[in-house]
Design a protein around this ligand. Structure first.
Ligand code: SF4
Ligand code: FES
Length: 259
């Protein structure tokens, strides 16, 4: 099939950007969206032009590097699918496709379709870890964890940090990402000692990075390639409220139960 692409081109962070039209010819239905862009780039390189800059790494839906706004939808039209796993069979001959970078103040464009997502790294550094004693690995059954907690923690841990939730949100909020990271540790016994500090520090960092607030549009969970539920935002808000109330009462929770 043959397609017409309108791709956002921007030479650098401070430069003005614009859409540039390209023809993608002889696109195979089994190509991924990124492979289609690779082919377009081959043609640009052969003509001595600058290839289109875009992010990718694993190309199998696990690293979170791919990050394209395709026809106004983060990761394109297929639900629960990262850009690297979006195949061209979902498009048809003659389609016109607009390709843009994530649009959010906290994700400045670095070049063409590449944005700076280091704000996410700083949110993780603010509390997205547990402190564990070193030494030999503990027996897997020495800490019993309820099946429901494991399942919910694993659902939250599926977040690949792509940023589609931010790009989809009219407020540019990072609440789905931050809520997922807080949930996946906060639901497990190993995550309890730092649970209060974690939520307070990660929410503070999220605000510092100038992500917007969550007003429950729900666009984030629709765009998320891992279909993470906005339940994680409700859990983050509840944990935050509890932690702040306890702090004001001068009574840090320390270890607390799952939930
Ligand atoms: S919550 Fe979903 S959309 Fe947001 S960063 Fe994680 S995987 Fe990407
Ligand atoms: S390139 Fe790794 S998730 Fe898409």
């Amino acid at each position: 099939m043959n397609l017409t692409l309108h791709v956002w081109r921007q030479a650098g962070a401070g430069a003005a950007g614009t859409f540039v039209q390209y023809e993608a010819k002889n696109v195979e239905p089994d190509m991924s969206f990124l492979e289609m862009l690779d082919e377009v780039n081959e043609g640009l390189i052969q003509r001595g032009e600058q290839p289109i800059a875009f992010d990718s790494d694993c190309r199998e839906g696990i690293c979170g590097m791919c990050s394209l706004m395709i026809n106004g939808i983060p990761h394109g039209p297929e639900r629960g699918t990262a850009t690297c796993q979006l195949f061209m069979r979902h498009f048809k001959d003659g389609d016109v496709i607009y390709v843009e970078p994530w649009r959010a103040k906290a994700f400045p464009v670095m070049k063409d379709l590449v944005v700076d997502r280091s704000a996410f790294d700083r949110i993780i550094a603010a509390g997205g870890y547990i402190t564990a004693a070193t030494g030999g690995a503990r027996d897997a059954n020495s800490i019993l964890i309820p099946k429901t907690a494991v399942d919910e923690a694993m659902d939250a841990a599926a977040c690949i940090g792509c940023g589609a939730c931010v790009a989809a949100c009219p407020n540019g909020s990072a609440s789905l990402f931050t809520g997922a990271k807080i949930s996946h540790l906060g639901l497990l016994p190993q995550g309890q000692p730092e649970r209060d500090r974690r939520v307070v520090n990660m929410v503070a960092q999220m605000d510092e990075e100038e992500f917007g607030g969550c007003t429950w549009h729900g666009e984030c969970q629709e765009a998320c390639p891992k279909e993470i539920s906005i339940d994680v935002i409700a859990r983050m808000n509840r944990d935050y409220l509890k932690a702040v109330v306890m702090q004001r009462a001068g009574n840090g929770r320390g270890e607390s139960g799952n939930g």
